[in-house]
Design a protein around this ligand. Structure first.
Ligand code: SME
Length: 160
């Protein structure tokens, strides 16, 4: 079987809707979290324009540990409360950062990254991990991206 996603949409709402249905199809019936995170990062990386890193950090005993991703090799362990991902994990709130260089404690994994969105993944009250998406463009992510990424996160929380 081959997956050939050519998701191109005129507007962001349509793009995220198409991505959400592709993601639902990809993870349907698959209980393996690593496989689902791997395919989700590939799908998002391929479909979203102007991103240089897409991936997951998992909550492993109260610390974020790198999971499947697309992009450059990244830092492996991030304490809760540190950087953008650690802040998303500690506050359980989406972090939409227009300029990562202005974010206190930001961890620069890829010097090409200038803006970032991090979505906490929560199931049954437990923080499973975070979905992290980076862009080389300052202020790449807006409220529509936030809504779209939260929807992708909701799909993923159920299958990780
Ligand atoms: N910049 C992130 C670290 C992860 S990398 O971007 C892949 C942060 O500050 O949490």
């Amino acid at each position: 079987m081959s997956y050939d996603f050519k998701i191109k949409a005129a507007d962001k709402a349509t793009l995220y809707r198409d991505m959400a249905s592709a993601l639902e199809g990809l993870v349907a019936g698959e209980p393996d979290a690593v496989a689902n995170m791997a395919n989700a990062s590939a799908l998002i990386f391929e479909s979203l324009p102007d991103v240089n890193w897409v991936g997951f950090y998992r909550n492993v005993g109260g610390e974020l540990v790198l999971g499947p991703f697309q992009g450059r090799a990244a830092c492996i362990r991030i304490p809760f409360g540190t950087g953008v991902c650690g802040t998303a994990a500690a506050t359980r709130e989406v972090q939409l950062v227009e300029d990562v260089h202005a974010f206190p404690g930001h961890i620069a994994c890829d010097s090409a990254s200038n803006s970032e969105i991090v979505v906490p993944l929560i199931r049954d009250g437990e923080l499973i991990g975070v979905l992290d998406i980076d862009s080389p463009t300052t202020a790449r992510f807006d409220r529509e991206d936030k809504a779209g990424c939260v929807k992708l996160g909701d799909i993923l929380s159920g299958v990780l």
